[in-house]
Unconditional design. Structure first.
Length: 82
């Protein structure tokens, strides 16, 4: 066996090991990306829920402000009538 034959065999083994390692790394990267996608969708849903909640609070605050303004106006008119 010539030294070139041994070199070719070693390089073929190194290539095979390298291919196996990169395939495993690729599969793991795909799994991680899927989990990140799921986490980002969950975070997006949480953000939407918080936005809806704050919008409801704004509406409640507006209604409360309108109610208190109407209450003050009616108190003013009741006070002037006495």
């Amino acid at each position: 066996m010539d030294s070139y034959d041994i070199l070719v065999i070693l390089l073929a083994i190194a290539l095979a090991i390298s291919l196996i390692v990169w395939i495993v790394v690729g599969v793991l990267a795909i799994q991680i990306l899927k989990r990140v996608k799921i986490a980002s969708e969950t975070a997006q849903q949480a953000v939407e829920n918080v936005e809806e909640f704050t919008e409801q609070l704004k509406n409640a605050g507006k209604m409360s402000a309108v109610g208190s303004a109407v209450s003050q106006i009616t108190k003013m008119f009741k006070g002037k009538g006495k």
